[in-house]
Write a protein that binds this ligand. Structure first.
Ligand SMILES: Cc1cc2nc3c(=O)[nH]c(=O)nc-3n(C[C@H](O)[C@H](O)[C@H](O)COP(=O)(O)OP(=O)(O)OC[C@H]3O[C@@H](n4cnc5c(N)ncnc54)[C@H](O)[C@@H]3O)c2cc1C
Length: 389
């Protein structure tokens, strides 16, 4: 008799897992609390779905737990799985992989089509309230009644941006949940004002309690009272992963990363007007913030000291971070069901036989750039392969 599997959660990991299982001959039921599956998937990558990254390796994640699954389910493997489902991809200059038509809807539609073909059952408006182990079976209790199965796959994601955490389902079976913070989100910084909407290509480092946690180059988006953009999202993951008490946190921007401080000083001294020395270098709103931090100097000619002061502020534009911006504007949760209780090769629970834990509900978070969806696919494939064997 084929295995009866209930997949709890019809998001990225749940859909991939259900498809592989049903294709392999299992009797699969997906239970989803929303009125439709894949709601979060549709908002990924600003509606374009950055589904993996050619650079997906353990260094983009919070723990080495991912190594096993990632070495088997590489970005190339994920891309070829999608191709076999009919979805072509395109890759941008930073290794981010998108559907060829740049539409997250296409990814979801491909899953729905394929799931229909392999006969997986999807039940929406069905919130799971308890997973109970009864002898060799599970009884999955939900708002829509009880489902009996041989294996239960927990794929309930996190409440980042939307949704609700269902970690309690695994906790009731003996699993532990680590502290949850929200990652891939803007950083709140009181001092950032007057440049709302301005984007700049900068270098940036984030330091927590005086120690540099990450240094990168990329685009930052200035907002009133916050810093945002892909670069900041990556830095925010580092802050979210920090487990001790955060006494102070600073972002230091290098506003002219293509020049050394000395080169910039020389350029300002030799070529720039004393009245608006950064006119041809930085966006006006950012230049004004730099002038505001430069020591007062009323002279009408550009002095070497003034050029040096301005160059220094540009290269070390220090901003105090007051907080991460919270769940409603975060793309991922850092923290979740502790990976201590999960087998890294198969996603099998080490605590409850027949239970599997995949995707973001586990304490696995990747940086911005397609790494979280990569984990959703890789963990789903590792799990389905184990259930089928
Ligand atoms: C705005 C935004 C943009 C993002 N963009 C990207 C991107 O471009 N690239 C990338 O790699 N990552 C991106 N992410 C992160 C990525 O979407 C998630 O990491 C990924 O969806 C996690 O997959 P999952 O299957 O674990 O969880 P989800 O996709 O969140 O699916 C979990 C499902 O379980 C359901 N559920 C929860 N509890 C229950 C319950 N008790 N009973 C029944 N059902 C339940 C939920 O309703 C949900 O449908 C983005 C996230 C957001 C919020």
């Amino acid at each position: 008799m084929s295995k009866r599997v209930v997949v709890i959660g019809g998001g990225a990991s749940g859909l991939m897992c259900a498809y592989e299982l049903a294709k392999g001959g299992a009797q699969v039921t997906v239970l989803e609390r929303n009125d439709r599956v894949g709601k979060k998937l549709l908002c990924t990558g600003n509606g374009k779905c950055n589904l993996t990254n050619t650079d997906a390796s353990a260094k983009a994640y919070n723990s080495a737990f991912v190594e096993n699954a990632l070495s088997k389910y590489t970005p190339q493997e994920i891309v070829s799985r999608f191709k076999a489902m009919g979805l072509l991809v395109r890759i941008d200059s930073e290794g981010r992989v998108y559907p060829y038509c740049e539409s997250a809807t296409a990814v979801l539609n491909v899953f729905l089509q394929r799931l229909r073909e392999v006969g997986a059952q999807i039940v929406c408006d069905c919130e799971v309230e308890e997973i109970a182990r009864c002898g060799k079976e599970f009884k999955v209790r939900s708002s829509n009644g009880e489902y009996v199965c041989d294996c239960a796959v927990l794929a309930t994601g996190s409440d980042a941006t939307q949704g609700k955490n269902s970690h309690f389902l695994a906790e009731k079976l003996g699993h532990r949940t680590t502290e949850i913070k929200y990652a891939i989100s803007p950083l709140l910084c009181k001092e950032v004002r007057g440049a709302n909407g301005v984007r700049a290509k900068v270098g940036a480092s984030i330091s927590v309690n005086g120690e540099i946690a990450m240094q990168e180059r990329g685009e930052v988006l200035f907002k009133d009272g916050a810093l945002s953009g892909v670069l900041i999202f990556r830095l925010s993951s580092m802050l979210a992963r920090y487990r001790g008490e955060v006494k102070n946190c600073n972002v230091v921007l290098d506003l002219v990363p293509d020049m050394s401080q000395e080169e910039l000083e020389n350029h300002i001294y030799e070529n720039c007007s004393v009245f608006a020395p950064l006119e041809g270098v930085l966006h006006k709103a950012i230049a004004h913030s730099v002038y505001a931090r430069t020591p007062m100097d009323r002279s009408l000619i550009m002095s070497r000291k003034k050029a040096r002061d301005i160059a220094r502020v540009c290269k070390e534009f220090n901003i105090e971070v007051t907080a991460l911006s919270g769940r409603s504007s975060a793309q991922a949760a850092s923290g979740g069901i502790s990976t201590d209780g999960i087998d890294a090769e198969t996603m099998r629970s080490r605590i409850c036989d027949g239970l599997y834990i995949i995707g973001e509900v586990a304490d696995v978070d990747g940086l911005c750039g397609g790494y979280n969806l990569h984990w959703a696919w890789a963990s789903a494939l590792a799990c389905s392969e184990d259930i089928l064997c």
